[in-house]
Design a protein around this ligand. Structure first.
Ligand code: DGY
Length: 341
């Protein structure tokens, strides 16, 4: 939750309590003790309104989430109990799409790794990175994706033993998008500007996009080099990035996840990256945030971000205003600005 929203909520609401980082137990106790007076809950990407929370609050009327994703809200239960639900769509689309492209470029051009190289004082002369390649590879300044399999993906390196490897070009690579909704479409538009052919898998085929449609994630992964997860988390998309999908993407492929952690089988992903069965990964989301699977932190061929898809000041302010607007509309008995239920 951002400080602007926090300030406005404490100024405008009678009872306001922020329960992150307090433990789930203290949150439960607080909810139980104040159950009679709680009419509204403001959730985010880590804390929402699950069945247990809803059952604790007989007076709950609205859940206004500071997120577009609603996987932390039990929508069926809200419907059943007549609780209104609102989220923050549209205002974060551009931010999240920008970050997806940024992650793809950072991962393939090894920007974060190169930054660590400079900071660690390892940069001694221009083109140091060439030291890691065999002589014959030096002729290939920009290896094509088909060359990448020849370079051993370097893993488990400590910073002291580190030398960056050759980068992979993002422009022109085949981009596959999982979920062609608002955010997926905005990512596709950006990738097109990089000259990338676009394909996608979505709940349904979208007419008139000009993008190639695949009816499942495995076929999509087998036919692209950069696979971007941009779909909502539902029971149908949980673990959609399975071992089969990872292997279809292969050692020349890169996975980008700006959706949700549980979209990915994380242990399988870490294994594939360590074994060189997958080229790299750029991840903004994880299954048990803020915990990141230990295996991933030891790898250089991944870029790890702390769920900052919508993290610009402008977008966070717009999201906060939507949350406040929805709460206000509810209190005034007006239609919600961005209703979900
Ligand atoms: C959301 O709001 O659901 C996104 O995860 C923001 O990054």
């Amino acid at each position: 939750m951002n400080s602007y929203l926090e300030e406005e909520l404490s100024r405008r609401c009678k009872l306001f309590r922020l329960w992150e980082p307090p433990t789930p137990e203290s949150r439960r106790d607080f909810l139980r003790d104040n159950a009679g007076s709680i009419r509204a809950l403001v959730g985010n990407t880590t804390v929402g309104a699950d069945a247990e929370t809803i059952d604790l609050l007989p007076g709950l009327e609205i859940v206004a989430s500071f997120s577009v994703g609603l996987d932390k809200v039990d929508l069926a239960k809200c419907r059943e109990k007549g609780i209104r639900v609102a989220n923050t769509p549209d205002v974060l689309t551009e931010d999240v799409a920008d970050l997806a492209i940024g992650l793809a470029v950072s991962t393939m051009r090894r920007i974060c790794e190169s930054d660590r190289y400079v900071r660690a004082g390892k940069w001694k002369s221009h083109g140091d990175y060439k030291l890691t390649t065999k002589k014959r590879d030096l002729q290939c300044r920009y290896p094509s994706v088909s060359d990448i399999g020849r370079y051993r993906i370097r893993t488990r390196q400590t910073l002291s033993g580190y030398r960056p490897i050759l980068q992979i070009m993002f422009s022109g690579r085949a981009v596959g998008i999982l979920g062609l909704g608002r955010i997926g479409s905005a990512i596709a538009k950006r990738a097109e500007a990089f000259g990338c052919p676009i394909s996608y898998h979505s709940r349904s085929q979208k007419p008139d996009t000009g993008y190639k449609y695949y009816s499942n994630a495995v076929d999509l992964a087998a036919n692209c080099q950069v696979l971007v997860v941009a779909c909502p988390l539902t029971e149908a998309t949980r673990r959609i990035i399975s071992r089969e999908v990872i292997d279809a993407l292969g050692p020349k492929g890169v996975l980008i996840n700006i959706g949700r952690g549980p979209h990915v089988d994380e242990p399988e992903l870490a294994k594939a990256l360590v074994e060189g069965r997958l080229g790299g990964a750029g991840l903004d989301v994880f299954e048990h945030e803020p915990r990141v699977p230990e295996g991933l932190c030891a790898l250089e061929n991944v870029v790890l971000l702390p769920h900052v898809g919508s993290g610009t000041w402008e977008t966070e302010k717009a999201m906060a205003d939507l949350v406040l607007g929805n709460l206000e509309a509810h209190v005034l008995n007006k239609p919600l600005l961005t209703p979900v239920v």
